[in-house]
Write a protein that binds this ligand. Sequence first.
Ligand code: GLU
Length: 418
Amino acid sequence: MSEDVNPFESLQSQIDDAAAVLDVGDDVIERLKHPERVLETNLTIERDDGTLERFTAFRSQFNGDRGPYKGGIRYHPQVSRDEVRALSGWMTYKTAIVDIPLGGGKGGIVLDPDDYSEAELERLTRSFAKELRPLIGEDRDIPAPDVNTGQREMNWIKDTYESLENTTEPGVITGKALDSGGSEGRVEATGRSTVIAAREAFDYLDKDLEGATVAVQGYGNAGWIAAKLIDEMGATVVAASDSSGGIYNADGFDPVAAKDHKNETGSIVGYAGSEQEITNEDVLTLDVDLLIPAALENAIDADLAENVEADVISEAANGPLTPKADEVLEEKDVFVIPDILANAGGVTVSYFEWVQNRQRFYWSEERVNEELETVIVDAFDALVDTYERHDLENPRTAAYVVAIQRVADAFAEAGSWP
Ligand code: GLU
């Protein structure tokens, strides 16, 4: 990648683009460009061989004007203070665009989980949960899964919190396993919203999803579910990649069989339904109708954007396009469904999980998926309404205009505090 892009600066530039359209004072915008607070902590755990190791961990609480802070915890070597600050800001505007009564937060630990045993990861996760305990709670801050974390880590955090608090409070965290108070449909939710948003965009642009070609970058939870669901909607998945490389078949392949191959071998590369091995960059620049970036931030910079040939992009990852890539794609008339809407299914079903936890009453998968459909379609309609009303060039700016206005209104309605 040629551009060295700080995701926190990307967030601030996205807010500035929307501020130019909004009738919100600069002083309020300044407030909405920074997290309320960031915890940085050092966690020291015992390795299986008896030695000690120290890890840096963060939790950023970006904004709580619309409700408790909400957002995942990621385990990745690239985790940094600025990455966590950016991701917590994106969560704030994500919960606002889909209009669920939550704020934004995000956390992370700097590590590559592949280098540690399950017992070590459990000790580390419980140590982080202990450190987070005073900050989190079902009315304060509600973590969730993110990159390289899932039900297992969420169950450990819930158990640590409940043990220390001597209570049962499953709503302190979402993304749990079903028997630990999780929700039906939560695992699939991010990929599901990515394809619902894509379907709405195709409809809006008068494009046919039936037979449309699709490339998916990243074959983790969000990417592979998006591939499976878009295939079920009648589109043809022709390419996908993971951290080991990419696969391509002009006639399309079975996304579930590709996932089975990844489960067996560790990668989609080598899957029998692939005609040709291609690079991650090839996947991003293929001439397809729909591109789904589902890996990490900054996957597409300005140089790569010059070569993007997709008509529509639905961002399953957080922050996959740099602001300069956004400008290039705007020039090229690519319709980009922004992350804060496209991948908002995860946090939306987290919200449903939290509601179910608090009511101790659990919904069917059909009900979860129906409610999710309504939330994403309503958010897409709000985006399009603002996009057209302000004659905007970029759907991302439209999403931020809607979202920032909602947060600013909640802040104004709260009145002043000495
Ligand atoms: N980590 C997911 C996201 O980036 C889900 C967050 C949540 O469920 O709170 O949206």
